[in-house]
Design a protein around this ligand. Structure first.
Ligand SMILES: C[S@@+](CC[C@H](N)C(=O)[O-])C[C@H]1O[C@@H](n2cnc3c(N)ncnc32)[C@H](O)[C@@H]1O
Length: 186
């Protein structure tokens, strides 16, 4: 069960990344979600943002840049996703502001980032989150998307309790995302 939604999302994203018109239509789905996250974490143009799990069509990373002007680094542990996302970023003219790198969230030492954004499909979510929290700099913000209650079995989260004590939370009116939790390293 775990991974079924992630695999389906990836397939749809591969299609969207190949056509700017499909990308533009599909990105509407992410716009209000990302706007709420920008305001939750008060992201500004001088922030350096790391997105973990960008997928072939990194809507969230692209919109985070478009809404704030911030430099964004997107990582994904899947080679095809990275290649496809890089082509899209170049086609959109954002190559100077958005980097796409092949890496796993568990291997990253995110000391240079002010904001870390974690996609719903990051796997294993709790492990990557704990590593980010341990390794990021003081004052860094971590945004974690959490699934709706009935959908948790489709995502790789073993221990939900670690997400309870967040600093702030934004609850969404979304199909599969219940909320985005904000953590600040102190
Ligand atoms: C399909 S995308 C969805 C994100 C969506 N495109 C967005 O912009 O919010 C999720 C991606 O997370 C990647 N992923 C999952 N676990 C990861 C990890 N531990 N480190 C890096 N990438 C990961 C998957 O390879 C997949 O491409």
């Amino acid at each position: 069960m775990v991974g079924a939604i992630s695999r389906a999302t990836k397939l749809l994203e591969l299609l969207a990344a190949k056509s700017i018109s499909i990308y533009k239509i599909a990105s509407v789905y992410y716009k209000s979600l990302v706007k709420e996250e920008v305001s939750l974490a008060s992201i500004k143009s001088t922030d350096k943002v790391l997105c973990i799990g960008g997928g072939p069509c990194p809507f969230s990373g692209i919109l985070l840049h478009e809404y704030t002007g911030a430099y964004v680094t997107i990582i994904d542990n899947d080679n095809l996703s990275v290649r496809t996302a890089r082509e899209l970023v170049e086609k959109l003219g954002y190559a100077d502001y958005i980097d796409v790198i092949h890496s796993d969230g568990n291997d990253i030492f995110p000391t240079d980032y002010d904001v870390i954004h974690m996609a719903l499909q990051v796997s294993p979510m709790d492990q990557v989150f704990c590593n980010m929290k341990k390794r990021c700099s003081f004052g860094s913000k971590i945004l974690v998307r959490l699934p709706k209650k009935g959908l948790t079995k489709f995502y790789d989260i073993n221990d939900h309790s670690i997400f309870i004590n967040c600093y702030k939370k934004s609850v969404h009116n979304w199909r599969n995302v219940d909320s985005t939790a904000l953590f600040v390293k102190s």
